[in-house]
Design a protein around this ligand. Structure first.
Ligand code: FAD
Length: 294
């Protein structure tokens, strides 16, 4: 397990100093575009390391990713586009990388992606994320900081935990500089994953993906499809609140704050918030963490 090192966590009295990043999906409607502008203005006040924009997830379009990234870059915000293997060819990735490079983007998140049906990936020139990382490195040298995904509770399609860990190591060996995890509510799963990767010689920063809890039905749906466990005690409490959104919000905030505090105590290299294009839950969580570190 990650040794809890009192010196590695944030010092009390300094406020929250850990790197934060916020993930968006490209809006699908003109109203969504306008709303996201307000959301990122609000989140920018927290001075995140960067914002990231998903690629082809949940039915969003590639053009949506490009347009959102370009608009944010033009506003002077640090932005990281995701790129996935689904439906991409060597040529289309080459063009995309060159386009981002031309605009001064210095970091990408390289993924395999999922078919819209939720089936396994494919249907492109790259089968797995490590092939995409290798290609991006060969094409662009050290221009991009490349981040990949990690799964403390293991990817749902992996054959075994050991095989999944090897898949992760393969992506790092292909040239990834850092990783962001799928969200999780089991601190031990993260700690163990980091230790096991490190024991295999993999020491890239593994940033924790954090999913604030605002709606039980939505969270349950996501968790069923991506393999992130909602521990029984959390599930049962959330279920018991029914439509009482305020109780879900308050309980969710407590649970996720505690999780983040455990992560901060072991010196997690960053927190990546899955915002679902909403500012409120991330801001509230950030303020709670900040006040407890002050
Ligand atoms: P991979 O690392 O390629 O792994 C996929 C599966 O294949 C795993 O089970 C792995 O163990 C196995 N595997 C890997 N290599 C091999 C091999 N050589 N032989 C056999 N098996 C292998 N999805 C989107 O569509 N768009 C996004 O923008 C997006 N953003 C994300 C951001 C984050 C931070 C995270 C954690 C996930 C994101 N996803 C996104 C979801 C992600 O695409 C899915 O979880 C996908 O199923 C796996 O992607 P991966 O890059 O981890 O795949």
């Amino acid at each position: 397990m990650v040794a809890v090192d009192a010196d590695s966590g944030p010092a009390k009295g300094q406020g929250l100093t850990v790197n934060a990043s916020f993930e968006f999906f490209p809006p699908r409607t003109p109203e969504g575009v306008v709303k996201l502008r307000a959301v990122r203005r609000e989140l920018a006040t927290l001075k995140p390391e960067y914002f990231s924009v998903t690629f082809g997830a949940g039915g969003s379009t590639r053009e949506g990713t490009w347009n959102t990234v370009v608009e944010m870059q033009d506003e002077g915000l640090p932005v990281v586009p995701h790129i996935s293997c689904i439906g991409t060819t060597r040529e289309s990735v080459r063009t995309l990388l060159a386009g981002y490079r031309e605009r001064g983007v210095r970091r990408i998140l390289a993924l395999r992606g999922d078919m819209p049906s939720g089936a396994a990936g494919g249907a492109g020139d790259f089968r797995y994320a490590n092939e995409l990382v290798e290609f991006a490195r060969a094409e662009t040298g050290d221009w991009f900081h490349i981040t990949v995904a990690a799964y403390p509770e293991y990817h749902p399609q992996s054959h075994s935990p050991a095989a999944d860990l090897q898949s992760f190591i393969r992506k790092v060996n292909a040239g990834a500089d850092s990783a962001i995890t799928q969200y999780f509510y089991n601190f031990d799963a993260y700690a163990r994953f980091v230790d096991e990767a490190s024991a295999l010689g993999c020491n890239v920063p593994i940033v924790a993906g954090v999913m604030p809890i605002v709606s039980y039905t939505q969270l349950a749906r996501f968790s069923d499809s991506c393999g992130a466990e909602i521990p029984r005690w959390i599930r049962r409490r959330l279920e018991s609140f029914g439509d009482d959104r305020e109780s879900i919000r308050a309980f969710g905030l407590d649970v996720v704050t505690n999780l983040c505090e455990q992560l901060l105590a072991v010196g997690v290299p960053g927190l990546h918030f899955y915002t679902l294009n909403q500012a409120e839950a991330s801001v509230e969580l950030w303020k709670r963490l900040d006040s407890q570190a002050s």
